[in-house]
Design a protein around this ligand. Structure first.
Ligand SMILES: [Zn+2]
Length: 432
């Protein structure tokens, strides 16, 4: 799984985004160099869900709407009955054509995502500019959604018999609008260029930062009329794929087992090849979902399963898998209170994995660290002392303590870190 994890990282690394994105690439290199997903919550590229897709793919299309290409793409999607997410650029959606096309997308059941107003590198923006980029586009998308819903409502009521009851009207409206977007929830940084502060701001506005799991550099194939050349092409191996975007997409999709696919509805080549791309993926057993599919993208949709460092009182709560191992609940008693020694000691616990060298991280959770609680015999994944666990105050029975990394047989380097360490674990640990 670590290998698979690293592969997805490399894939993320190799995928630049809409425009040149040196910052994003540097960010990816940092992640790779560390060998684990540190600061994952700050990345504009790496999505919070990275596995378990089971060949389900969510198509995302950036940088439109564009009159020459987006309607063709909508026609193809309609023919296959596939719903996608369009990450619209505000200034494109603000034109009369843009509004109409975006409205059509909403009426046909697609989602509009926010991709900023002018497509700048948002990692470098001052907070006021950042807010404008996000909020101006947010306002525009809300207007478009509102317009689409109104048109659907009017058409639905018109189609009813003139003597329809209020209940019948209500039921018909509910039915017609049930799969139509109500508000924008997904944000994508232009080029994937994010910073911790920018990502935090985006989330504070109710948006999920939405990176991607794979993408075939469609902008590069578009520029070369089907042949990707130049700097980007160097990243495509084997070289024969540089003139076969569909084969590259299939290869990436297989490597990632599905997930979020990044394309651009603003590109002619994408519009021209989308039908073949979809039939190729379908023929290989892939299926299509949208970003709001909670079973495929639980973390993106705010459903955070328990993970290392989360409080638990039984192993069942920690039944997540990593490598070939199931999480388990590391249990310990609170220290005896001097004030009331007669009170029975409370049992606490947090989810853990045994480890050598490294532990996995999860977005929105405190980063983890492989430490030994039995003087170097075995390793346990513990939470680092972090804002996410209120610097260990959120894990009663633990205390922030500096410990050395448990290396085991791993090749990880020696390192020390401040973790939330169960207090006086050895004599009080309770096994299930
Ligand atoms: Zn873009």
């Amino acid at each position: 799984m670590i290998k698979q994890f690293a592969m997805v990282l490399l894939l993320g690394l190799a995928i630049g985004g809409c425009t040149g994105s040196e910052e994003a690439l540097e960010e990816g290199q940092l992640i790779e160099g560390e060998g684990k997903a540190d600061r994952l919550e700050c990345s504009g590229i790496r999505p919070p869900d990275s596995s378990g897709f089971e060949k389900r793919v969510a198509i995302t299309l950036d940088d439109g709407p564009k009159a020459q290409t987006t309607p063709l793409i909508l026609d193809v999607l309609k023919a296959f009955d596939i719903r996608v997410t369009f990450f619209v650029v505000g200034r494109m959606a603000a034109t009369e054509d843009g509004r109409q096309i975006a409205k059509r997308a909403v009426k046909e059941g697609h989602l509009l995502g926010n991709h900023s107003f002018a497509h700048p590198n948002m990692a470098g923006l001052k907070s006021a500019q950042l807010a404008r980029e996000l909020l101006d586009t947010d306002q525009l998308i809300r207007e478009i959604i509102q317009g689409a819903r109104q048109e659907i409502s009017s058409a639905t009521l018109l189609a009813l018999a003139p003597n329809a009851s209020d209940e019948e009207k209500e039921a018909a409206l509910q039915d017609a609008l049930s799969d139509i977007q109500t508000e924008p929830r997904f944000f994508r940084f232009p080029g994937g260029n994010s910073s911790c502060a920018a990502a935090k701001y985006v989330r504070s506005q109710g948006y999920a930062v939405t990176g991607w799991n794979f993408g075939p550099f469609d902008y590069c194939y578009n520029a070369g009329n089907g042949v990707c050349k130049g700097k980007r092409a160097d990243q495509i191996q084997p070289a024969r794929l540089r003139k076969d975007m569909i084969a590259l997409t299939l290869r990436q999709a297989k490597q990632a087992d599905g997930g979020i696919l990044l394309l651009h509805d603003s590109k002619n080549y994408t519009a021209k090849t989308l039908r073949l791309l979809i039939t190729t993926l379908l023929a290989d057993g892939f299926s299509f979902v949208n970003l709001d599919d909670e079973s495929t993208f639980p973390r993106l949709n705010g459903i955070i399963p328990p993970f290392v460092g989360d409080a638990c009182d039984s192993d069942a709560i920690c039944a997540f898998g990593f490598e070939d191992e199931e999480g388990s609940c590391l249990r310990y008693k609170a220290p005896v209170s001097d004030a009331s020694p007669e009170v029975e000691q409370e049992i606490f616990g947090h989810c853990s994995l045994s480890c050598e060298g490294r532990c996995p991280d999860q977005i929105f959770s405190a980063p983890t660290f492989c430490a030994s609680l039995d003087k170097g015999l075995t390793g346990n994944c513990l939470s680092l002392s972090d804002e996410a666990n209120d610097y260990c105050a959120g894990l009663p029975g633990t205390k922030a303590a500096k410990v050395a990394r448990h290396l085991g047989k791993s090749s990880a380097s020696k390192k020390k870190a401040v973790v939330c360490k169960p207090v006086d674990l050895a004599p009080t640990i309770v096994s299930d």
